[in-house]
Design a protein around this ligand. Sequence first.
Ligand code: TXA
Ligand code: MG
Length: 314
Amino acid sequence: MSAPIATDPAEAARRLITGQLVALPTETVYGLGANALDVVAVSKVFSAKNRPHFDPLILHQATADRILTYAHSVPDAAQVLARVCWPGPLTLVLPRRTEVPDLVTAGLPTVALRVPDHPLTQAVLQLVDFPVAAPSANPFGYVSPTTAAHVAAQLGERVDYILDGGPCRVGLESTIVRFDGPEVVVLRKGGTPVEQLEDVLGHRVQVQTQSSSRPQAPGMLMSHYSPGIRLTLVARAQVRGTERCAVVCFGADRPSGPHTFNLSPSGSLQEAAQRLFGVLRQLADGPYTEASVELVPETGLGRAINDRLRRAAV
Ligand code: TXA
Ligand code: MG
């Protein structure tokens, strides 16, 4: 039986408290939430997603004060980012406290923490006295969901409740950073642009998004987000899409037509980020065997968009 899709945060909280799996809207993507301190509930998250146990989960709570209690220590740079960027699309990897189960952190000495910015999920988090572990609510390796319908289509039979908060505002997963002495290192490009981190900190950050099979942020496996058809990255698409080969493009004066997906005709990277995963799903669900995909400008959110396009094309 497919999970109810509804809008009651109190019911979502009640279900989390009793160890159930609840899909939660965030500003980035929908998460598959469970009580992070309940290993039975957390193990259900891994099996629902077919997620390998070496891939650790992000913990969520409503405020910086509440979530940072799960970090053993918080460097100054992390304090600054937490104060300025939370609630928001940023995840901080910090030394963990021992009460965080090994299952959540994949045995790592660190834990990933985030305060999401969505009113319904904020309401849920206020009602529970534990952190909520929530990976993106998609089967492992697939595109993250940005609507409740996306969750229902793929995990509807495997979750207990889907909290419908509408389409996600950002549309890309959070940016993940870790701290290496005084260095701030980006492990995953996401909804908080690297430029914004540098503005807040007043210095440069390193970007270390890797592509090996056991990377530091294992969700960054090179082949991820695949729509299951061959994607070819092009600088500029010359023709419109066909039933065989779709075209994904960006900006004004681009090809148009039924099989041509313009991520943002007005050239807005924010709009392109919002639409990206929905378009990848349309490629997967359409008649296509391949697609030509234009990269977007490599700046701001565009860096995270291009990262996802490159991984989808592997
Ligand atoms: O926007 C988001 O971050 C969404 C929403 C639901 O919050 N969540 C999300 O979770 O994208 P997930 O599980 O799909 O991706 C989390 C990433 C994975 O790549 C995981 O390897 C990495 O975070 N991660 C978790 N704990 C880590 C740690 N201690 N050190 C390094 N990477 C970690
Ligand atoms: Mg994910």
